[in-house]
Structure formats: C-alpha cells, structure tokens
Design a protein around this ligand. Structure first.
Ligand SMILES: [Zn+2]
Length: 293
C-alpha cells in the first residue's frame, strides 16, 4: 500500500512538472508548452510575397491567418512571446498574439517599437538585453546577444534600429533588424537552446552552453559543417530541430506539405549530419506536437 502511495506521489509530482512539448509555427516561430505555461517565439504566420517588397507596398499582420494557426496548434492563452529580432519574418504577428492570446512581448527596443506601434500598452511589453534571465512559470529564458549575419555578401538588408513606435501597415523595409538574440530556455525537465541565426560568429556567446534540445536556424548558414562542428556537437544536444527552412514568401501550406526556402538545401544538411555521424534531426510539420523534454 505504502509503495502505491509513494508511486502516486512520484507520479503526481512528475506530471505537475510537466513535460515540454514543441510545435512549429513556421520560419523560426514555435510554441513551448508544459501543460501550465505557454511560450511563443517569433510568431510570423503572416507571409509577404515578393511583390510586397516593392517600395510602395505596405504589409500588416493577417488576423485570420494568426487565428487559423493558433487554433490549429491548440493554443488558447499565452504567457510570454519572445522575438529574436525585428525583421518582418520574425516579429510581424507578435503584437497580435499578445493582444488576442495574452501575456507580454519580450524583445529588443526595435521589437518593442513594433509592439507599441501596433497598439500594445507599456505593461504588455518588456525590453530584454544580453545576459538577462526571465522566469515565466517553470521556464527561465536566458538571453544571449548573437548578431544577425549579413544576407548577401557583406550586405545586411533592413539594418539599423526601429527608433520609434512603428505604425502598421507599413513598408516591409521599415522592419529594421535591431538587436538579435538567441535563447537558453531552462525548465525542471531539461534545457533548450534556440539559436536564431544560421551562423556561428567568431565571438560566440553560446560557445560553452549545453542543452538537451537544440532548435537551430539553418537559413543563411555559412556551411552545414560550420553548424555541426561549432554548435551541434558542442551543444551535446540529444534532439535537433532545424528551423527557418520553409519558404516565407509563400502562404503557409495547410495540407501539411512544407514549401522549402529557395537555396536552403535541406538534403545537403541531412547528408552532412550523416557524414559527421551527428544526431538525426527531427523535421516536424506545422503544429505537429513533438515531446522534446
Ligand atoms: Zn532577419
């Protein structure tokens, strides 16, 4: 009898810790949930086709698209939304998520200005900086400064900061990068790294950070080898989910097929991992639940 009681206590305390599940929202957007607390990162389900990059075009968060994907992922309320940098394809739906699903928007001053411009109140935004640690439920989110790599040659598109609240709709070119952060998310069940850039730079703040799970941007990577040797192996992660490989110029495909980003070379990345005898990546579809911890 005593044993049963003890097992029951162990079971209850284990399940109240909760296991952490991951659901991909496209690009580098995802949801982490432990059954009590829901965190969202980089929600950008609104997509802009190439012609929206023309200078006279204006873009805005698509409420119907946000609701479709949040519902499909089964998200009812959110405690915190983190955004790694203020480019359109990471930040566009973050204010909408906070407005409609609750919680606080965490990001650089540029990200905060996107939130304020889309009508968030001062208490709904929180500026973050390198080395901060934010506790939300049983999660702690630690912030690392990891500068955005240039897009083409040495050119960085949409460089600089968003200096004042950015009204919406506006040109996509007004979504200036601001600071770029990566995150270490710790939970009683384990540790997760979200690396927001596809490159490991010389000054590498994540160098000695280890985790159970690695959520890794692979768009705009220098080489697959660079990511394997500099991040995947040193992180000691047991699970790897590559991010930022779907085509963000297209609307998110609802029939579960992923349109790959031009030039992202998913097969080459898989092959390089195999050759390095590295861990096998998980490639979930949109909103597919993965028990990561
Ligand atoms: Zn960017």
């Amino acid at each position: 009898m005593k044993t049963i009681a003890l097992l029951a206590i162990l079971f209850v305390s284990y399940s109240s810790w909760g296991k952490v599940s991951f659901k991909w929202l496209g690009i580098s957007g995802f949801v982490l949930d432990d059954g009590v607390t829901t965190l969202v990162f980089d929600p950008a389900m609104t997509r802009a086709p190439l012609y929206d990059y023309l200078p006279f075009r204006a873009v805005q968060s698509d409420e119907a698209e946000v609701f479709y994907w949040m519902n499909r992922c089964g998200i009812k309320s959110v405690q915190a939304t983190f955004v790694n940098h203020a480019h359109f394809d990471h930040v566009i739906d973050a204010p909408m998520v906070v407005k409609k699903f609750g919680g606080v928007l965490y990001g650089s001053s540029s990200v905060i200005n996107v939130g304020l411009g889309q009508g968030l109140a001062a208490k709904q935004v929180q500026k973050i900086k390198d080395n901060d640690g934010w506790k939300i439920g049983n999660f702690t989110v630690r912030i690392f400064d990891t500068p955005h790599a240039p897009h083409i040659m040495d050119i960085m598109l949409m460089d600089g900061n968003i200096e004042k609240p950015l009204k919406s709709p506006t040109s996509i070119w007004n979504y200036r990068v601001g600071d770029t952060f990566s995150f270490l998310i710790t939970h009683p069940s384990g540790r997760i790294i979200f690396q927001s850039t596809g490159r490991v730079m010389d000054e590498d703040k994540l160098k000695s950070v280890t985790a159970d799970v690695l959520l890794l941007t692979i768009a705009n990577r220098h080489t697959s080898e660079n990511l394997i040797q500099q991040r995947i192996i040193p992180s000691k992660a047991r699970k790897l989910i590559p991010l930022h490989h779907d085509n963000f110029f297209y609307k998110m495909n609802r029939d579960k097929e992923i349109d790959y980003l031009w030039g992202v070379k998913v097969n080459e990345f898989n092959k390089a991992l195999e050759n390095a005898k590295s861990l096998k990546p998980i490639w979930p579809k949109y909103c597919e639940e993965v028990h990561i911890l």
